[in-house]
Design a binder for this molecule. Structure first.
Ligand SMILES: NC(=O)c1ccc[n+]([C@@H]2O[C@H](COP(=O)([O-])OP(=O)(O)OC[C@H]3O[C@@H](n4cnc5c(N)ncnc54)[C@H](O)[C@@H]3O)[C@@H](O)[C@H]2O)c1
Ligand SMILES: [Zn+2]
Length: 338
């Protein structure tokens, strides 16, 4: 087992990574209170039940699987269920699932009675490498991603790599996309690891550990994304546009990020990136007309009237943030996807 501490003063917490950790959740989380366990219908139910077994008083609440559950109406239902369970400010919520459950549950915890404690048990590779750490929580409004949310840190995170055994391959690939993103902006050695190795099950623990280390370092320096943390949005401006264009359901988030990285890196970086994306069975071509995806970018949180904060990688392991006008951004994109 590897434990990584996210040092954020009074909001610090540990991320535990290893095999079979789910059965020990009570060693890492304070479950001696009312515990609201949030999961979704696609997550094998034994994971939530394993946590419930360790609680004195718990309820398992299951939302529909998929991005559609990151909505105001799903949030309302979760909050109503928390209220029916008569949770007080001292009780806790545990998210057992992927990024959808983590983003929805984290946000529900942040607003219920002005904030109760929550824990993350990510069961997708994407949530393990990225969304379960760092405290970004949110729901979508219409097709606009993450526009209603809060920075709200979990009290602890357990990543049980055994849970990834049931995750479909395509979702494994989507998670790898976020890890590739982090290597490109921050860790040349990890990028080279991706170049040299296959994405086999044996490599998941290393990939998760390295990605969490990168994320922790960035979040510790800039918890609320006033500067450095923006680099984690690499590939996400166009990625969110593509995601919205598909009605938030056609391509997975990680697949959209894979495509979104291609126009915002140098030719030399792209030449090395494409073979890795292909090896991870991630898309490198966009089959639809890109103009439609571009129209959604105007609503992106990174876009202001004087341009889009764009993360660019010209050299592996280094990112820079540049403000680019919408038409220049469109040109970069169209050069790759025309
Ligand atoms: N908060 C952040 O910092 C952050 C970072 C990256 C992504 N995100 C968000 O994360 C979301 C995507 O997360 P995701 O890719 O985990 O998607 P997801 O939560 O929808 O999970 C993918 C699918 O896998 C199923 N599943 C989950 N665990 C499983 C398991 N162990 N075995 C079998 N099936 C399982 C789920 O039911 C779902 O159908 C997006 O909404 C994205 O915006 C947030
Ligand atoms: Zn992402």
């Amino acid at each position: 087992m590897t434990s990584i501490k996210v040092n954020l003063g009074e909001r610090e917490y540990a991320v535990h990574i290893g095999k079979g950790l789910l059965g020990d959740a009570d060693k890492f989380f304070n479950l001696k209170r009312k515990v609201f366990i949030l999961t979704d219908s696609g997550v094998p139910c034994e994971y939530a039940k394993a946590v419930a077994k360790l609680c004195e008083s718990s309820v398992i609440y299951t939302v529909n699987e998929g991005e559609g559950s990151k909505s105001i109406s799903a949030l309302e239902n979760v909050l109503k269920a928390m209220m029916s369970f008569e949770m007080s400010r001292k009780d806790a919520l545990v998210c057992v699932g992927g990024g959808v459950v983590g983003d929805l549950g984290g946000f529900a915890a942040s607003v219920y009675m002005r904030g109760i404690e929550f824990y993350n048990v990510p069961t997708t590779l994407l949530a393990a490498v990225d969304s379960s750490v760092g405290g970004k929580t949110a729901v979508n409004l219409g097709n606009t991603k993450n526009i209603v949310g809060a920075f709200y840190q979990p009290r602890g995170v357990i990543i049980d790599t055994d849970t990834l055994k049931t995750l479909p391959k395509r979702h494994i690939s989507a998670g790898i996309a976020e890890a590739i993103k982090m290597s490109l902006t921050s860790d040349k050695a990890l990028f080279e690891f991706f170049e040299k190795n296959d994405f086999s099950e044996d490599s998941y623990e290393k990939i998760i550990t390295e990605a969490v280390k990168i994320k922790k370092a960035v979040v510790e320096k800039d918890e609320k994304e006033s500067g450095l943390r923006k680099i984690l949005n690499f590939g996400h401006t166009l990625g969110h546009g593509i995601e919205a264009d598909g009605g938030l359901s056609e391509l997975y988030h990680g697949e959209c990020v894979a495509l979104g990285m291609l126009p915002v890196c140098s030719d030399a970086v792209r030449e090395r990136l494409i073979p890795i994306l292909k090896k991870a069975s991630l898309p490198t071509e966009y089959k639809k007309n890109i103009d439609s995806a571009l129209t959604y970018i105007v609503h992106d949180k990174k876009a202001t009237c004087d341009g889009i904060d764009t993360v660019i990688v010209n050299e592996i392991g280094n990112a820079e943030i540049r403000k680019i006008g919408f038409s220049d951004f469109s040109m970069l994109v169209k050069k790759i996807f025309s």
